[in-house]
Ligand binder design. Structure first.
Ligand code: AHR
Length: 481
């Protein structure tokens, strides 16, 4: 029998709800078609934004949304996307399609208003100027009577938007300018100076971090700019095979399934390595690690634009999500935000759309199952289980407490197993489950092939509980204490 022992932690951190954040770039059909269809569309919408998509995002209590990129952010000029005359451009990063800028600042803020989430705006460092950024912050957040603010009034928004989260550049070691860490660090210091506080809205400034492997980047940024930042980002994608041929999203062997999990688990090693460097310069852990791009990256679906990054989403992706979120929870003393890439129709999406149809992917259901962890206090969690052939543990677990409820989330990667849970003295327990073969996924014809159900295979025995976890399952247990 596998065993999980739960206990209180000294100085236990709160699991920031922003760990359950998302990312929407001007890429493929994420924004256009996936989120924004325009007021004239026959697809039901409010102010041009799809009602079904907003409803689904609201049900997750989605806390924070990053926009407009990604790579796109470093070519985005915000003035092109406000007012009645929008500039047309070609999206050179993603598919070479025309970007008509009909979704801009006001539309993004309207989306966040409808969803009820915090906006996280990524500004253009790669091809933008300090002045351009400073005026965007002023446009969004100032209550003063300046020409820039009057423009916002003229565009229909009297009150400031009060955006708190600002990303200063994206992947500036690569597509965002091919900068060296020393150079970016100086640029960052300059830009952040003019990312001003307006009223009582103090901006939370996030510096561009490493691609995961580059430890020197983190070292230089922390050594030279830590005191000027609130967060430092980290990007990591789980690529089952390699970047040349990432592998199909839906057709893969059981060996590649396990290999994907091994690679997914690497996010934990990277958090540890980059975290150790951050600790040297910031032992109090004031600077948050912001994992603002993560998820599985597969080959695009056959017949789709390679620049649109459209991929299906199976139970394997759900497992990577479950394992990543458990890792983020367990590192909540450093990881303050994470944003899975990307919300709709791109990479490891939580939602897929086809014209008026929408489906919830297995990954969506993981975010749903894990809601109990948002803003809860982390609990210690010791796991004794067997290791799989490729060395990874069979179970991934995290636990937290909020008021009188303890949430335990368990991903069981392979065959059925019984698990004993010690350390929670509960009055009762309930559970929900997501399960299916690693290759299972939802289609528009059969949207509920992989969906959550209530889980009855858990029993309390005085001082412990026992649960029978079916093969390939993700279970969320809620103990009333
Ligand atoms: O999420 C897709 C792309 O991946 C982002 O635009 C970029 O930041 C990363 O390389």
């Amino acid at each position: 029998m596998d065993k999980i022992t739960i206990g209180r932690m000294e100085n236990a951190p709160k699991i920031d709800k922003n760990i359950y954040g998302h990312f929407s770039e001007h890429l493929g059909h994420c924004i256009y078609g996936g989120i924004f269809v325009g007021e004239e569309s026959a697809i039901p919408n409010t102010n041009g934004i799809r009602k079904d998509v907003v409803e689904a995002m609201k049900k997750l209590n989605l806390p924070v949304l990053r926009w407009p990129g990604g790579c796109f952010a470093d070519e985005y000029h915000w003035r092109d996307g406000i007012g009645p005359d929008r500039k047309r451009m070609v999206n050179t990063n993603w598919g070479g399609v025309v970007e008509d800028n009909s979704f801009g600042t006001h539309e993004f803020m309207e989306l966040c208003r409808q969803v009820g989430c915090a906006p996280y705006v990524n500004i253009n460092v790669g091809s933008g100027t300090v002045r351009e950024m400073a005026e965007w912050v002023e446009y969004m957040n100032s209550d003063g009577d300046s020409t820039t603010v009057r423009e916002r009034w003229a565009n229909g928004h009297k009150e400031p938007f009060n955006v708190r989260y600002w990303g200063i550049g994206n992947e500036n070691w690569g597509g965002g300018g091919n900068m060296r860490p020393e150079y970016y660090s100086d640029v960052y210091r300059q830009f952040q100076t003019f990312c001003r506080t307006y009223g009582d809205n103090v901006p939370y400034r996030i510096a561009c971090g490493s691609d995961g492997e580059d430890l020197e980047w983190t070292e230089v940024l922390m050594r030279t700019a830590a005191k000027f930042m609130d967060g430092l980002s980290l990007h990591y994608y789980t690529v089952p095979k390699d970047w040349e041929d990432k592998g199909s999203a839906t057709e893969f062997s059981d060996d590649l399934y396990l290999e994907t999990l091994r690679k997914g688990r690497r996010i934990g090693e990277l958090i540890e390595k980059h975290g150790a460097i951050m600790d040297r310069f910031d032992p109090e852990r004031r600077v948050g690690m912001i994992v603002d791009e993560w998820g599985c990256w597969h080959n695009v679906e056959l017949g789709t634009n390679p620049g649109f990054l459209f991929q299906q989403n199976t139970m394997r992706d759900a497992m990577v999500a479950a394992l990543s979120l458990n890792i983020f929870n367990r590192n909540a003393d450093r990881v303050r935000m994470a944003n899975i890439a990307q919300t709709v129709n791109v990479l490891q999406a939580i939602l897929l759309t086809d014209e008026a149809r929408m489906l919830l992917t297995p990954t969506y259901h993981v975010f749903d199952l894990y809601q109990g962890h948002m803003d809860a206090t982390l609990l210690q969690c010791m796991v004794e289980c067997k290791s799989l052939e490729n060395g990874i543990e069979k179970l991934s677990v995290s636990a937290s407490r909020k008021d009188d409820a303890v949430t335990v989330t368990i991903a069981n990667f392979t065959d059925e197993t019984t698990v004993r849970i010690d350390g929670v003295h509960a009055k009762n327990v309930s559970g929900r489950i997501l399960s299916g073969s690693p290759q299972a996924y939802n289609t528009f014809e059969e949207p509920n092939t992989v969906c959550t159900a209530s889980f009855g295979e858990v029993k309390l025995f005085g001082d412990h509980a026992e649960a029978i976890l079916p093969a390939h399952s993700i279970v969320a247990l809620s103990f009333a204490i």
